[in-house]
Ligand binder design. Structure first.
Ligand SMILES: [Zn+2]
Length: 174
C-alpha cells in the first residue's frame, strides 16, 4: 500500500520543530524520527540547538530562512508553507524524501525519547487487563514511563499517516 514510500532514502535525520508547526513533531516521532519540539521564543536559541545537534529546522518563520547560517547552507531549514498539518507533513516528507516506515514505534510521541522494549510480564500491572491478554509487544518510555503497545490508538495514527502519504505520492506521479 505504501510501497512507494519504502523506496525512499532512509537517512537518519533529526529535527527541531518550531512551535508554529508543533504538530509535526508527533507525526515525525511516529515515523521514528527524533523530533524535538522548540518551546522557547528566541530564534537564536533554536538555531544554536539545531547547529549543535545537527537538526533540521522546520518553521513558518521567514526570518529564520534569512539567517546567514541557513542561506549559506550550513544549517538546513525548511519553510513550511501550509497552515494545515497534513499538508505540512507532506511538504516535509516530499522535500526530504523521508521514509514513512523509518522506525515506527520507536520514539515516545510525548517526550521524544527512544522507547525501550519491555516484556509482557514486566508490564502486567501497568496496562489494562484486556491489553495484557491480547498484546505481547510492549515498549516503555524511560522518561515518562508511558507504556506503548500496538493497539487501536497507534493503528489509527498509522492509518492517517499512511493515508496522506499515499495521497501525496499519487499526486506526485500524476
Ligand atoms: Zn515519554
Amino acid at each position: 500500500m505504501i510501497a512507494h514510500c519504502g523506496q525512499r532514502t532512509t537517512i537518519e535525520m533529526k529535527f527541531i520543530v518550531d512551535n508554529n508547526v508543533g504538530k509535526l513533531a508527533k507525526w515525525l516521532r511516529m515515523m521514528g524520527y527524533d523530533a524535538q519540539f522548540f518551546e522557547g521564543s528566541a530564534d537564536s536559541q533554536m538555531i544554536a540547538t539545531a547547529l549543535a545537534e545537527s537538526r533540521v529546522i522546520l518553521t513558518r518563520d521567514t526570518q529564520i530562512m534569512r539567517r546567514r547560517v541557513v542561506t549559506s547552507s550550513q544549517l538546513k531549514a525548511i519553510l513550511i508553507q501550509s497552515d494545515e498539518p497534513e499538508q505540512q507533513m507532506r511538504q516535509v516528507i516530499d522535500t526530504l524524501k523521508l521514509d514513512c516506515q523509518f522506525q515506527p514505534f520507536s520514539i515516545c510521541l510525548e517526550c521524544n525519547q527512544p522507547l525501550v522494549e519491555r516484556s509482557q510480564e514486566r508490564v502486567k500491572d501497568l496496562v489494562p487487563p484486556y491489553v495484557f491478554q491480547t498484546r505481547n509487544q510492549y515498549m516503555e518510555c524511560p522518561a515518562c514511563h508511558r507504556i506503548y503497545w500496538r493497539g487501536t490508538h497507534w493503528q489509527a495514527m498509522a492509518r492517517n499517516l499512511e493515508k496522506f502519504i499515499k495521497d501525496s505520492t499519487q499526486e506526485n506521479t500524476v
